[in-house]
Design a protein around this ligand. Structure first.
Ligand code: NZQ
Ligand code: ZN
Length: 394
């Protein structure tokens, strides 16, 4: 068995009315002032924000607000949040929303703990930090897994560069997860979330390191659970059990449980982030748009692994390694299509892109062809370009 380190410090409160625990958990964390972070208004319309505020007030916790987080969250708003947090003396950032909101809260948490350090320098790896203020989350969408992850992704709106920061210091202290809160999601966001959750495990499942049987079995079980309940939820978004399973899959898919003992690949995320940063596309859609092209580009390096994925996850009858592997790729794409998710760049809102854009994105992802991305196959700028090119059709 391969060695690993497991660090999952997030306390989870899962179930109906979990959001009402916000005040109590903030109090337990020893804070008395929080910065409430939320997005473009869904939590105001649903009444969730008021519920969270009441819960804080009940515990005598003071708060101020940072609102207006957009999908592909912007650096500018995070910087504004740092200022607010410092002026107010916020001791915790409480995110009420999805990945974009939680990631903004994480960025503010880093900035507020390290005043004088520009957060983009941290995101660009120019400056390192070893502490952040605590973050709590009330989750409203099953997708990014930020509620338990070590990651936070920001977009620099001046350059169109989207980049992640990864460190255990930003793993949330607690996450409150009430599946009913996800009933109001636009269908498109539900589908994007399901894709993202699947991708977080796929990006760990396809790596060059074998061993850790339990890691594989957990990964495959999670993917089967997600696919089955994803189909049900897409048809009936108020199916509590289906929405619950998806929500828990979302957290476990990205807290590294499905990758213990092996390196992450995440090349498709790098491919997707370039598109998301440049064209403001939804994260999940950027992933489904490139995954099939990535898979076809690399699967021959380990056909047996793709065939196993087909047998165990898609229950494809064994037809020999090559055919089963190809069928597994097709089954994944068919699932994306069934959720009305794009399986090519032409299916994104942006549409088919000019060749120069593809080159630009490949160059940016690999920092001018100086870094190799992924590990199943280490990709250089030419590889990235080839994958984009294969996906660049209607
Ligand atoms: O802004 P509001 O009005 O709240 O609307 C949001 C937003 O428009 C809406 N929404 C969320 N919950 C809702 C709801 N609408 C109605 N009812 C609800 N219950 O959904 C839209 C998308 O929200 P967003 O937070 O952007 O979604 P998601 O959770 O998919 O987050 C995406 C971001 O997370 C990053 C992505 O790159 C992207 O920037 N990621 C973060 C990761 C991490 N921190 O670990 C890992 C991921 O791989 C990903 O990169
Ligand atoms: Zn993702």
């Amino acid at each position: 068995m391969q060695s690993f380190i497991q660090f999952m410090p997030t306390k989870i409160v899962f179930g109906q009315e979990a959001e009402k625990e916000a005040g109590k958990l903030a109090r337990e964390s020893g804070v008395s002032k929080v910065l409430l972070v939320y997005g473009g208004g869904s939590v105001v319309r649903s009444g969730l924000l008021d519920t969270v505020k009441s819960s804080l007030e009940k515990e005598g916790i003071l708060y101020t607000e940072l609102s207006g987080v957009k999908p592909n969250p912007r650096l500018g708003l995070a910087r504004e949040g740092v200022k607010k947090a410092l002026e107010f003396g916020a001791e915790m950032m409480l995110a009420v929303g999805g990945g974009s909101v939680i990631d903004t809260a994480k960025a503010v948490a880093v900035g507020a703990e390290n005043p004088g350090t520009d957060i983009w320098d941290v995101w660009m790896g120019k400056v390192s930090v070893d502490a952040a203020k605590p973050v709590g989350a009330v989750l409203t969408i099953s997708a990014a897994g930020s509620e338990m992850s070590d990651s936070a992704v920001l977009t620099n709106e001046e350059t169109g560069k989207k980049a992640g920061f990864n460190s255990d210091i930003v793993r949330p202290k607690f996450a409150l997860m009430n599946p009913k809160l996800t009933y109001t999601l636009p269908k498109y966001q539900l589908a994007c979330g399901i894709v993202d959750i699947l991708m977080h495990t796929l990006e760990r499942y396809f790596t060059p390191v074998s061993g850790n049987m339990l890691t594989d079995e957990i990964a495959e079980g999670l993917m089967r659970t997600l696919i089955e309940n994803g189909k049900t939820a897409y048809e009936n978004q108020t199916d509590y059990d289906a929405m619950s399973e998806i929500m828990w899959c979302g957290s476990l898919s990205h807290n590294n449980l499905t990758g213990l003992g092996r390196p992450k690949d995440f090349a498709c995320h790098k491919l997707g982030h370039e598109i998301g940063g440049m064209f403001d596309e939804a994260h999940g859609a950027t992933l489904s748009a490139v995954w099939g092209s990535w898979a076809r580009y690399v699967y021959k390096l380990d056909t047996a692994r793709f065939a196993r994925y087909g047998r165990k996850v898609w229950k494809i009858e064994d037809k020999g390694e090559e055919e089963t592997a190809v069928l597994a790729i097709e089954a994944t794409e068919e699932f994306f299509r069934s959720l009305h998710m794009p399986v090519c760049i032409g299916g994104l809102k942006t549409g088919v892109l000019p060749e120069e854009k593809l080159k630009e994105m490949a160059d940016s992802a690999t920092k001018g062809d100086t870094v190799r991305l992924g590990c199943f196959k280490k990709l250089d700028a030419q590889d990235m370009y080839e994958i984009y090119k294969a996906a660049n059709h209607e």
